[in-house]
Structures are given as structure tokens and as C-alpha cells.
Design a protein around this ligand. Structure first.
Ligand SMILES: [Zn+2]
Length: 215
């Protein structure tokens, strides 16, 4: 069961006041190996101003100055005029703002969420998956701080889905080796990486659930 509270915020970009239904908590029963959600509530963490379409997780916080420019841009407003689903639009909006702030890791995570949203809403998703892979590789090459094990595991799964099996395997091997060197193997990411190796070996590029039904 998802829990919501109603909150009123003044949009830090356009200045209009609106009531928002804010997600407080929800129970997630399963995810995909790329850490994508199986529940729509996941995308409700992003709140969108009904007037200017500014998207953020907390409209009570002042907007970054780059956000003003991005929200007013034609590209941003065209995205909200498009036929994409609301969840996809919100994730693209976050990615655009992260890119304008030159926050490579946040951009990667936002493109990844745009991919999740497109998958959930059965819209073309490959563009966003490619953008997420590029953004993650860019974040790693530029030495962006804050990359977590989950980010590396998600990237490994995306590379496999992209049929870039050699790169996926190289990354999986490095992560497995690192976990074994640190005796950090009694955990879900490690077990997931072993499964990734099997899928890579079988040239399986489909999306898999973390907890799969056993036939
Ligand atoms: Zn606004």
C-alpha cells in the first residue's frame, strides 16, 4: 500500500502555488536486475508543476539557476507537449536538468529511470537505455564521485541488454573479483552478478526480474 500526504508548494521556477500529492512510502515487491521497479509508485517521487512543468523531488527547495534556463528551453517544453507518458516525461526532465548542471551521475540515473518508465508504459525505451549507458560511462571516465555498487550492477545489466556482452562480462568479472577480494559475497548484488554471468554466457539480452517465477 502506498501512502500519500497532501502538501502545498510554491513552484520555485514559475512562482505558482499548487497542491501536490506527495508519496511518503510504498512497498516494493520486486525489481528487475537493472534495478527497475515493477510498481508505478516509483515514478511518483518526482513532482511536476502543473503550470511550467518544473520537475523535482522537493518543490519546496529553491531551484538551481540552471533549472530556470532548462525549464524555459524549447527542448524541455517540447518534451511535455509530446505523446510520451507522464512518467517518461518527468524522468527526461530530471535528466535534462542534471545535464545542464553537469551532474554526470545524476544524469545517468535519470536516463536510467526514463528507460524504466518507458518499459513500464510500453513505449520505445532503447534510446533512454543507450543514453543511460553513455551517461554512466561518461560519469566513470570523468571520475564523478558517488557511484555506488548498484550503479555498476545496473550498468552491467544494461550492457547485457544492449548485447554488448564482452563489456558486460568484463564489468561483471571486475565487480565479482572485487567482492571476493573483500570477502563481501553474502549479499544480493554478488548473487545478481553471478546470474548476470550466466545470462551473458547464454547471450541472453532480455530483461529479468530479481525474483523470477520458477516454472
Ligand atoms: Zn512552475
Amino acid at each position: 500500500m502506498a501512502k500519500y500526504i497532501t502538501k502545498t508548494y510554491r513552484c520555485p521556477v514559475c512562482g505558482e502555488e499548487h497542491e501536490y500529492s506527495v508519496l511518503v512510502s510504498y512497498r516494493s515487491s520486486n525489481t528487475y536486475l537493472d534495478l527497475g521497479p515493477t510498481q508505478r509508485e516509483y515514478f511518483e517521487m518526482y513532482l511536476e508543476c502543473p503550470k511550467c512543468h518544473y520537475v523535482s523531488m522537493n518543490p519546496g527547495k529553491p531551484a538551481n539557476k540552471d533549472a530556470f534556463v532548462t525549464v524555459c528551453s524549447k527542448e524541455y517544453q517540447d518534451c511535455f507537449d509530446s505523446d510520451l507518458s507522464t512518467a517518461v516525461k518527468k524522468c527526461i526532465a530530471m535528466a535534462m536538468m542534471s545535464e545542464s548542471e553537469k551532474n554526470a551521475l545524476s544524469a545517468a540515473r535519470s536516463w536510467l529511470r526514463a528507460f524504466y518508465a518507458a518499459e513500464m508504459d510500453q513505449q520505445p525505451s532503447e534510446t533512454y537505455r543507450k543514453k543511460a549507458v553513455d551517461a554512466y560511462q561518461n560519469a566513470m571516465e570523468s571520475g564523478a564521485g558517488g557511484l555506488a555498487l548498484e550503479d555498476f550492477c545496473a550498468l552491467c545489466d544494461l550492457l547485457r541488454q544492449e548485447k554488448r556482452f564482452a563489456e558486460a562480462e568484463e564489468l561483471a568479472n571486475a565487480l565479482i573479483q572485487n567482492a571476493e577480494d573483500n570477502k563481501n559475497t553474502d549479499n544480493e548484488p554478488y548473487r545478481v552478478l553471478l546470474r548476470e554471468k550466466e545470462y551473458i554466457h547464454n547471450r541472453d539480452h532480455s530483461r529479468h526480474l530479481l525474483k523470477e517465477e520458477v516454472a
